[in-house]
Write a protein that binds this ligand. Structure first.
Ligand code: SAM
Length: 262
């Protein structure tokens, strides 16, 4: 499985989503996801850390003891390294390029795992969730947010097809399948909060930004045709979110005290 974020994908997604992010909401979103979770002093694994925004804010703002960010894409990791160094937080954030597959960490190693907009890149969730369970300490928690399929309708299909046409591999499942796979991997205390309305609001704001204040910078990176594609992408994403094709939920799940079930 590959994931082809090219340089212009990265540059434009970061313009739209904010420094350090390839998903909506930025640092505020990470604070929201982890509100009520005791992060201070904890060891955190950020799976699919992308441009490093979450890893940095977990250490810098939420006072995590240490954050390990891993990603399969050296291009995004190089940008994440710049962000870590700009924030002068290299003593508490370690970034690591990994091949797809089991994580290079021993069993029961982390207190917390963060996973935002990454599970949707996996054609099979069970190996991913099983490995997250393995590296969490008993009582440790998985926290994240992801795209979830709401219906097999025209809005969903337009979004899904557009992503594939741009070389991005996404495998959207519904909440039931996501939840069952977590459960099958041994997790307990599984909870979801539907965030579609807020994320749809952010997606609509993005469309406006792409049309106005971001227009010139996007044209400079992408050219006129590329700008048109980018605007089309932003519009289809907003439509899919506002018209019941795709949603976003935040989730959390706990590793029970015991060995993995698989
Ligand atoms: C949509 S981006 C989200 C990045 C980041 N979590 C954020 O919210 O900004 C998905 C990230 O997952 C990474 N990724 C995809 N498959 C992966 C895998 N098997 N292991 C680790 N990272 C992976 C991609 O390279 C990409 O950086």
């Amino acid at each position: 499985m590959t994931n082809n974020y090219d340089k212009s994908n990265i540059a434009t997604m970061e313009m739209i989503y904010g420094e350090g992010y390839l998903s909506a909401g930025g640092d505020r979103e990470i604070a929201k996801l982890f509100s009520g979770v005791d992060v201070a002093g904890k060891s955190v694994l950020d799976v699919g850390c992308g441009l490093g925004g979450a890893a940095v804010t977990l250490a810098r703002d939420l006072d995590a003891g240490h954050v390990h960010g891993i990603d399969i894409d050296q291009g995004v990791l190089s940008r994440a390294e710049e962000l870590v160094s700009k924030n002068n937080i290299g003593d508490r954030v370690t970034l690591c390029h990994v091949p797809p597959g089991p994580f290079p960490f021993p069993d029961e190693h982390f207190d917390l795992v963060h996973l935002t907009a990454v599970a949707c890149h996996f054609d099979e969730l069970a190996p991913l969730f099983g490995d997250i369970y393995r590296v969490l300490k008993p009582g440790g928690m998985l926290v994240g947010r992801d795209w979830l399929k709401l219906g097999d309708n025209a809005e969903f299909r337009s979004w899904d097809e557009l992503l594939r046409a741009r070389g991005l591999n996404f495998y959207f499942v519904d909440e039931r399948q996501f939840s069952r796979t977590l459960e099958g991997s041994g997790f307990t205390g599984i909870s979801f909060v539907d965030r579609t309305r807020e994320i749809a609001g952010l997606a609509m704001q993005s469309v406006q930004a792409v049309k106005s204040e971001l227009r010139d910078s996007l044209v400079a990176v992408l050219g006129d045709a590329g700008y048109g594609d980018c605007l089309n992408w932003a519009e289809i994403r907003a439509q899919a979110l506002t018209r019941g094709g795709i949603g976003q939920s935040q989730f959390s799940a706990i590793r029970q005290n015991g060995a993995p079930t698989r």
